[in-house]
Structures are given as C-alpha cells and as structure tokens.
Design a protein around this ligand. Structure first.
Ligand code: ADP
Ligand code: MG
Length: 648
C-alpha cells in the first residue's frame, strides 16, 4: 500500500513538472554540440573544414594532450571580417549558403553554421582573424556559457587561428567518455590524414605535444601527390596499387573516378586502409561499400579487406550531403548508376592486371604506377575475355575443363591430360625456346635472340622445383610461379567464360521447394520473376506469404536453394539488386577448378610449363589465385646481384 502511494506521488511530481519553456541558446548549443563535437577528432574535423573552405593553402595544427588540453588551427585563408567575428560564433551563422536552393549542390565542406557555436559552448575558444596581409587582426573569446563579445585588436597575418582549450571543461559527462590521450590523438591524426588525402594542394603540419607528427608540403606535381599518398597510406600501398582513372558521361553530368586501388594480393585483415571521397568529402556509404566489395569479391580471400584511396566526383546536384550532422553520409540521387559505375570501373581495373603489366610495374618501380591505369573511356564490361587462338595453347590447353555438351556439367577432373604432355623435352635453353615461340607467332619479325623485347612477360620455363614451382627466365630475371594456384585461376576463368557463353542451364527440381516468406518478399519474388528466370530459377507465388521454387540452375542443384532464394530476396529489397546467385555459381565453379587443377608434386614438362605461362599471360586476374594469393613473383637480376653482393 505504502509503495503504491509513493509511486503515485512520484507520478504526480513528474506530471507537475511538465511546464514548457524555451531552452537558453547556450544550453541549446551545448545539447546540439553533442551531435557535432563528440571528441577532439570531430573538433579538428570542423576546424580544418573551415580552413579549407576559406581557401587556405597552408594549415598548422598544434595539439596538446590528445586535444583535450589544446587544439589550435592556424590557416592562411580568406579570414573573417571584424564585423562578422562575433556572429561567426553564433549558431546557424554561416557565410556558405543563403537560401534553401543553395543546399542543392553545396560545394563547401561546411554549410550548417553550427560548428563554431557548438565548439565554443563546450570549451574555451579564441578566434583571431584577419582579412588583409600585414593588416591588423581581431580576436574574440568565448568560454562555455559566456561569450566575451568584445572584439579586441590582435596581431595576425591574413588568415584565421582558432584555439580551443579545455574541451568539455563544462560538460563532465562528455569528458568521461574520452579515452586515453593516445587514443584520442590517433583518432585526431586519422582525421587530419583523411583531409590531407583529399586536399593535396594544401600543406599540413601536425604537432602533438610540441613534436611534429605529420609534415606534408602542398603538392605541385603528380610525384608530390603520389608521395603524399605514400606517406599517409604507407609506401607499400603505393607499390601495390593500381592507379584508377575512369570517366563516363551520365544523364546529369559526368561521373569520374580516380585514385588508387590496392592489388588483391595487398589485402588486409582490417578495413583500415579504405578512403573514399565524394566530391572531396570523405564518406562511409553502403552503396559505395557494396560496389567495391563486389568488384574485389572474386579475387579476395574470405574475410580480407581491400585497400583503396578513391575519389568520386559527380554533379553536386545529384548528391545530398545534408543527411547527417557530421556529413559522413551522403545520398546519391541515382544509387544504381553510381553503384554500377564504381563496380564496373574497379572490376575492370582488377581484371586488366596481367603478368605483362605487373612485370613492367615491378621493374620500373612505383613511379610508373599510372602506366597501368585502365584506359579512359567506354568499357566493354559484359564481354567475356578473349579466347586464345588455338595454335598458341600447346599441350596444356587440352586440360582445360570443357563443359559436357550433354549435361551442361563440367568435367572437373580433366587434369590427367597433363600426363599426355610431352615430357621428353627436358631442358631447352631460352634461345631455343624463343625460336619455338616465334614459330608459333609467324607474324613477329625476324628471330633475334638478343632482343629482350621478344621474350614474353613471364619468360620461358627453366625447370620445376619440388613439383610445386615453375622456375622461368624472363627479361627481368627469375620468375617463380605456383603452378597449382595459376592453373586453378586459369581453369576457373575459363569455366566462367564457357559457362557464360553457353548460357545458364536450368534444371527442374524433382521435389519443388516451398518457402514461407513475408508478403513483401513474396511481392518482390513476383515482381522480379524475370530476374530470377534469367538466372535459371523458376519461382511461383503460391499465396500471400509463400513461394515455390520449381527450377534452379543445374550448377546449383545440390546447394541450399531455400536460403539462397531468401538471401537474394532480402538483397533485392535492400539494394534493388543481388549478386548472390552469381556468387554461388562462381563458388561452385571455383571448387571445381580447384579439384581439376594441377596438384602439387606433379612433374610438368618444359612445353607444359611454357603453355601454362602463356595462358597466365592472357587470362584475366591471373595475378592471384581464386583465394587471393599471388600466383607468381619475379626476382630481378639486380635483386639477385644484390643478394650475392655482385657489383655490376
Ligand atoms: P559553417 O562552416 O557551417 O559555415 P561554422 O560554425 O563552422 O559554420 O563557421 C561559421 C562561419 O565562420 C563560416 O561560415 C565562415 O564564414 C566563418 N569561418 C569559420 N572558420 C573560418 C576560417 N578558418 N577562415 C575563414 N572563415 C571562417
Ligand atoms: Mg564549418
């Protein structure tokens, strides 16, 4: 009884306290600050974006104690007029947009006019600025609740300095969420790096506790740009990256993608080396992630993450940047178009890596990375890779799995054909092999064994090591190939081509599978009937919440049809597209390729090895096996010389 009374008293208390009043502007700012200023890293992001928007070409950053004691940003940008100084600290005060229409196509990083107000409300902030070179500067201070609106004369060159001391000194709850100095600083440093990546022509210097941590000079050439990427992402990234440069005309203006994508063999265990910028703004976006993952899918080990630094530019009117207070998310007006453009560009770039490219790239080091750039312009994306002319395929090609005409299934165990290879040829020298090679290439001009240019990228086989590795000589030096991995990749790519060429064979199920789904999913299945059909599935709606699978692609007859269909439906609902069926088929093909490929410890003859090398040169993605491991490497003569301390 007593308890009941207590409760009812409490309820009364609460209901009496329901008087509404307007929050003071300061309190409103402090509450709002939570959205923008979460920690030192988010503070530096806002300050740097302001400097960039002001057209700065040099930015100095001083940090103390991970940013909790001091964050100071000095730039040489346009500065703030004396009369605007006080206003700039007010909420909803901005010089970047004036009316709603301006929001449609913002080109500045900021536009919400709330960063300085928010930061000022939770710290001790001083703003000093000048709009004239050698002229006088003016300062204004704010300390949490109180703004010292007095504008004072201060010495300052053209540009602005914002000094933020004692972040969250008046909001203990926030302060409690801060991590160690080291952690906060590493977050902050990451923000600086991102902005430095997307603004190559601005110099950045970052000091922590009076020590210089980053010093990046403003870039004035392609080399400078590459150097900056290397110093931010590590030199290994640049050495293992393809430069990407793609441009297509779209309805609302061009779509352009540029930057660098790590080779599949340079994958990482974490997604920590992924930078994607949309019109210069770093974003994390589902559409983008999906497209990138899809492009790398076939060549990455499960659970590995690609590395990339990519810049997408498109008509600002087709991207909404005002989706999130920190502007980390964007919304594309045409998701599908952006997704497909990204996917195709990246997929093409990966597919275009053949041994020839890589040998050149390795030989001429990272400065030549851009030579590997896929060609600009239209991309024939759906056509299967060229099939090799028969004469060139030698013994080895007999072993490629051929689809069985009757059943449409692959004979995955055709590896025995290797045994038929002529193992009588044991060790031909390179000159002899070159002569043989030339005979197969009647169009090539007179045989000149001296000329390096005539040696194919992966060279000629010398021997096989331990039944596993093929040793070959090319113009750079020694090539080592993992025969099984390489063969597996080639078999897989060939199977995919053959499979695509002959069309998908469907197979009716003896016992159709009934699946209970949501109404939404059943609707989707009904609407996307054609999509399923094209992939070899036949679905039928049986009721408001049930569908029946009557037919599946022959290749997938032994897989878990029900969960595959479910997953595809949920993809279709979430993204409007799904590649799961294709992925499931590729998986089956890949397993078959693996079983059908040269096992380790099989002796190969020299012509067999050469045939494999030639096939690698013309197969897409042959630089890595189906699991993303490399298939070959080269040891240049210089490297060997160095190894043996042999001066030349
Ligand atoms: P926003 O960037 O969204 O406009 P802010 O609160 O970050 O809002 O900044 C308010 C205004 O103060 C800006 O619109 C700009 O006019 C001015 N400002 C802030 N920082 C700088 C700077 N470093 N250089 C020049 N002007 C600045
Ligand atoms: Mg701003």
């Amino acid at each position: 009884m007593e308890i009941l009374e207590q409760q009812s008293e409490k309820i009364q208390e609460k209901s009496q306290a329901g008087k509404i009043s307007i929050l003071s502007p300061r309190l409103a700012n402090q509450i709002a600050a939570g959205e923008v200023v979460e920690r030192p890293a988010s503070t530096i992001k806002e300050l740097l974006e302001n400097s960039i928007d002001a057209g700065a070409t040099q930015i100095f950053i001083d940090i103390e104690q991970g940013g909790t004691k001091l964050i100071r940003v000095r730039d040489n940008g346009a500065g703030i007029f004396k009369d605007d100084l006080v206003l700039s600290l007010e909420r909803h005060a901005t010089s970047k947009i004036k009316e709603l229409d301006d929001l449609e196509g913002v080109s500045s990083l900021g536009f919400r006019g709330e960063a300085l107000a928010s930061i000022a409300s939770v710290s001790r902030l001083t703003l000093v600025s000048s709009t004239m070179e050698g002229g006088e500067g003016w300062s204004v201070r704010a300390e949490g609740q109180n703004m010292d609106a007095v504008v004072k004369l201060a010495a300052h060159g053209r540009g602005t300095t914002v000094e933020v001391r004692d972040l969250f000194f008046n909001t203990p709850a926030r302060r409690k969420f801060l991590r160690t100095e080291k952690t906060e600083f590493s977050h902050l440093e990451e923000v600086v790096k991102r902005l430095a990546l997307s603004h190559m022509f601005i110099g950045f210097q970052l000091n922590h506790n009076q020590r210089t941590v980053l010093s990046l000079k403003a870039a004035s050439s392609q080399i400078d740009i590459e150097r900056r990427v290397a110093s931010i992402c590590g030199p290994a990234f640049m050495e293992n990256a393809l430069s990407v440069e793609m441009n297509v005309a779209a309805e609302d203006g061009n779509l352009a993608l540029s930057g660098w994508m790590g080779l599949p063999t340079f994958s990482r265990s974490q997604s920590d080396l992924q930078y994607f910028f949309v019109n210069g703004r770093m974003v994390r976006d589902r559409v983008v992630n999906h497209a990138v993952r899809k492009a790398y899918k076939d060549v990455l080990y499960h659970g590995r993450h690609p590395a990339y630094v990519l810049f997408l530019s498109l008509n600002p009117k087709t991207v909404d940047v005002n989706v999130h207070p920190t502007k980390h998310e964007v919304r594309f007006r045409n998701n599908r178009e952006v997704h497909d453009f990204l996917y195709r560009s990246l997929y093409r770039a990966i597919a275009d890596v053949r041994p020839g490219d890589e040998v050149n790239a390795l030989a001429s080091a990272s400065s030549n990375i851009s030579d590997m750039a896929p060609k600009q312009g239209s991309m024939p994306l759906t056509s299967p890779p060229e099939q090799a002319p028969l004469a060139e395929t030698l013994v080895y090609s007999e072993t490629l799995a051929q689809p069985d005409q009757q059943t449409g299934h692959f004979n995955a165990h055709s590896g025995q054909a290797y045994a038929r290879g002529n193992s009588g040829h044991s060790s031909l020298n390179v000159a002899e092999q070159l002569a043989g090679y030339k005979n197969l290439h009647p169009d090539s001009s007179g045989i000149n064994t001296e000329s390096d240019a005539e040696i194919p990228p992966l060279g000629f086989a010398l021997a096989q090591l331990k039944g596993i590795y093929i040793l070959a000589e090319n113009k750079e030096g020694l090539v080592v190939v993992d025969a099984h991995a390489a063969h597996e990749r080639i078999t897989y790519e060939n199977m995919k081509c053959a499979y695509q060429a002959q069309g998908i064979q469907a197979q009716p199920l003896l016992v159709p599978v009934n699946i209970v789904v949501s109404t939404k999913e059943a609707d989707c299945a009904e609407n996307q009937y054609e999509v399923f059909n094209a992939l070899g599935f036949q679905l039928e709606r049986m009721g408001p919440e049930s569908i029946m699978v009557r037919q599946v692609p022959a290749l997938l007859r032994d897989s878990d049809v029900e969960s595959l269909v479910r997953d595809v439906l949920s993809d279709l609902i979430a993204h409007g597209s799904s590649d799961r069926i294709q992925a499931a088929m590729n998986e089956v093909l890949s397993t078959m390729a693996c079983h059908g490929s040269v096992r380790a410890n099989r002796q190969l003859s020299i012509p067999e090895m050469n045939a494999l090398l030639r096939d690698m040169e013309r197969t897409e993605r042959s630089g890595q096996c189906n699991h993303g491991r490399p298939t070959w490497t080269v040891q240049t003569l210089e490297e060997l010389d160095r190894l043996f301390l042999r001066g030349r």
